[in-house]
Write a protein that binds this ligand. Structure first.
Ligand SMILES: NC(=O)CC[C@H](N)C(=O)O
Length: 222
């Protein structure tokens, strides 16, 4: 599996994400935001967490207009995979590749702690190695993680089984406790918690690792 991890000014989880992909067996290339093309043959683009462009304007809004992001939009439109974590989820909503928006946390505070999640669907490459309804613990670290969407969008996400993860004890006010959602073709996942920060024993938890092994299982050539 070939992965590209984007790097924006202010990204701070790009290397962690690359390590998680590599530990699962992926071949990873880091791609600077000013590049206008992805490396040949990339299967999945990782959009990392952080504070791209200092969170100016809105989190992810400026990164969504970087040259590389146009290539990511093309990649997704051609059926390519993308994983947006935290700031990466914000970038995906700002591009319109995922519906809804991430607003300021309901408590108006930066939240940085492990959270308990429920895996709501196993019908995706990102969640195939989990069990449906499984409880997992993964850290969050954000001030704009409060997911909002119009009622008809929420109904569509529910009807199409596109809610990937929910919070068991909602840390940010997200509607319906939503922590992560899938695109209609199930090849784009955006989530606020950081699976790459719970992917090896030294992290204090390994519940995030199954996301990367699941991707390898689905995308690596047999
Ligand atoms: N860890 C992150 O990616 C943080 C995202 C964004 N800067 C926020 O605080 O909401």
């Amino acid at each position: 599996m070939k992965a590209a991890v984007l790097v924006f000014p202010g990204s701070n989880c790009d290397r962690d994400l690359a390590v998680a992909f590599r530990n699962a067996g992926a071949d990873v290339t880091m791609v600077w935001h000013k590049d206008s093309a992805l490396p040949q043959g990339v299967d999945i683009v990782g959009i990392p967490g952080g504070f791209s462009f200092g969170d100016y304007l809105r989190c992810g809004a400026i990164a969504a207009r970087s040259p590389i992001t146009a290539a990511v939009i093309d990649h997704v439109h051609r059926g390519g995979y993308a994983l947006g974590i935290c700031n990466g989820f914000q970038v995906l909503t700002e591009t319109g590749l995922l519906p809804g928006a991430l607003m300021r946390n309901a408590g108006l505070k930066f939240v940085c702690k492990p959270v308990d999640l429920t895996v709501e669907t196993t019908d995706s490459a990102f969640t195939a190695d989990y069990g449906k309804g499984q409880g997992i613990t993964i850290p969050v670290a954000h001030h704009d993680g409060n997911y909002v969407a119009a009622p008809d969008t929420l109904a569509m996400l529910r009807d199409e089984d596109r809610i990937a993860f929910t919070y068991r004890d909602n840390p940010n006010g997200s509607v319906d406790d939503i922590a992560g959602i899938l695109s209609q073709n199930r090849r784009v996942l955006g989530l606020m918690p950081h699976p790459e920060r719970a992917a090896e024993p030294a992290h204090g938890g390994t519940d995030g690792a199954a996301m990367f092994t699941g991707l390898i299982g689905a995308l690596a050539p047999a």
